[in-house]
Design a protein around this ligand. Structure first.
Ligand SMILES: [Ca+2]
Ligand SMILES: [Ca+2]
Length: 90
């Protein structure tokens, strides 16, 4: 593979990823709906470096992908991003 072909493949890959990105789509299934709320739920109020111990359900750690606005905590602002994009699709 030559350099030109590699650059073309890289640009196509970047364009594909950007086209797929959908605000509020937490579980990345191209729909913003109740499943995204459910995916956020176990991480509620977790800040960077924190975790919740749910006993037999295990320990849930802060996840950057659930922190939709990237402010370091999974809270109402992230839920609002889902709500504000409710029903959107890719
Ligand atoms: Ca989704
Ligand atoms: Ca957040």
């Amino acid at each position: 593979m030559n350099l030109k072909m590699l650059c073309i493949l890289l640009l196509v890959g970047i364009a594909t990823v950007n086209a797929w990105k959908l605000n509020g789509d937490v579980n990345k299934d191209c729909y913003v709906n109740i499943l995204d709320m459910g995916t956020l739920n176990p991480y509620w109020e977790l800040a960077r470096g924190q975790s919740h111990d749910f006993g037999s359900y295990g320990v849930w750690h802060y996840k950057g992908w659930a922190d939709l606005n990237k402010d370091g905590v999974i809270d109402q602002l992230d839920v609002d991003m889902v709500a504000n994009n409710w029903g959107a699709t890719c």
